[in-house]
Design a binder for this molecule. Structure first.
Ligand SMILES: Nc1ncnc2c1ncn2[C@@H]1O[C@H](COP(=O)(O)OP(=O)(O)O)[C@@H](O)[C@H]1O
Ligand SMILES: [Mg+2]
Length: 230
């Protein structure tokens, strides 16, 4: 059996608005093993982004634990958690979040520089990552000079440049037309496989889930397996 990479235990997330509380996640247990592609579908506002942020070390759970290779993500130091966000996880969001003043290659090199790799190594890895997403001819273009689909492919290259074990994708095609969405999804599968990583993709769009190994629905604060998938 393959070693489990991430274990989620009794995850609860409650938001407070004044006196009123909303329990978005109601004690979820989940396990993500190596090299698995997991899709989670759910209506707008059910807590998909919240779920992904907590797993990726971006937002504290109210209760419960996230164990990353056996280590409690929210019991470790902030520095260690930041290191995992940089090296273990790769993030892809709906709105790319590229730095406008940097060109494509510089954007993709950033995680390598944060990881304190020598600049020449960062450049080499950046070039390879951009080649993987078919953008070797757009290295010096700024985000504003790229189409939405191309910007998201730069974001994919940035997410995967350090070969993360776990890629977290939040509505990665949500801002794209159908054709470039499809293309981005294909590149996403490719870079996840090249990194030999796992993928957790959350979306409101069931059509994106065809390529996943397992599919779940997030509803009423719990995750349920979608029938017909494993
Ligand atoms: N920082 C916050 N403060 C209060 N409520 C929040 C906060 N973030 C999210 N929520 C609420 O939690 C619920 C789930 O939000 P979200 O995870 O963004 O849903 P989804 O990504 O599925 O659309 C929503 O009702 C939202 O209003
Ligand atoms: Mg969301």
């Amino acid at each position: 059996m393959q070693k489990s990479k991430i274990e989620i235990q009794n995850l609860v997330k409650t938001f407070w608005e004044g006196e009123k509380s909303v329990e978005v996640l109601k004690g979820v247990d989940f396990e993500i093993s190596s090299q698995k592609k997991i899709g989670i579908v759910g209506a707008s506002g059910v807590g998909k982004s919240t779920w992904l942020h907590i797993i990726g070390g971006l937002d504290q759970p109210t209760k419960g634990k996230i164990l990353v290779e056996g280590e409690d993500l929210y019991a470790m130091s902030e520095a260690k958690r930041a290191q995992l966000r940089n090296r273990f996880f790769g993030f892809v969001f709906q709105f790319y979040y590229l730095l406008e003043e940097l060109n494509a290659l510089e954007n993709v090199m950033l995680p390598c520089l944060i990881a304190k790799l020598p600049k020449s190594d960062a450049k080499q890895l950046g070039l390879e990552a951009l080649q993987s997403v078919g953008l070797s001819d757009r290295l010096t273009h700024k985000p504003s000079q790229l189409s939405g689909g191309q910007q998201q492919r730069v974001a994919l290259a940035r997410a995967c440049v350090l070969k993360p074990k776990m890629i977290l994708a939040d509505e990665p095609t949500g801002n794209l037309d159908q054709e470039s969405g499809k293309e981005v999804l294909e590149y996403l599968m490719k870079v996840v496989e090249e990194a030999k990583g796992s993928l957790m993709l959350v979306t409101h769009n069931k059509d994106l889930l065809g390529n996943m190994d397992e599919t779940f629905e997030l509803k009423d604060g719990t995750l349920q397996k979608v029938p017909g998938t494993f």
